[in-house]
Design a protein around this ligand. Sequence first.
Ligand code: SF4
Ligand code: SF4
Length: 78
Amino acid sequence: MAMKIVAECISCGACEPECPNQAITAGDSIYVIDPEKCTECVGAYDNPRCTEVCPVDGCIVVDPDRPESQDEPQAKDA
Ligand code: SF4
Ligand code: SF4
């Protein structure tokens, strides 16, 4: 799966430089995660790095629309 930033985002920008896959960018109103790049930090960190640095609880969640049962998350690095 990929992670997703929800409306609670205050656009502080803390998460953007922490993502090992450059999956996070500033969107029109909130920051956004590119689900094609997000690996949930598997292989890089024990927990999703963005959720660890985000100051807003519940701001970054697992995207329920992006099930990833078929592919290994690491494969996206290719
Ligand atoms: Fe980037 Fe990891 Fe957050 Fe995905 S979970 S957006 S790879 S920091
Ligand atoms: Fe938004 Fe959290 Fe990223 Fe700040 S760290 S830009 S509040 S998702």
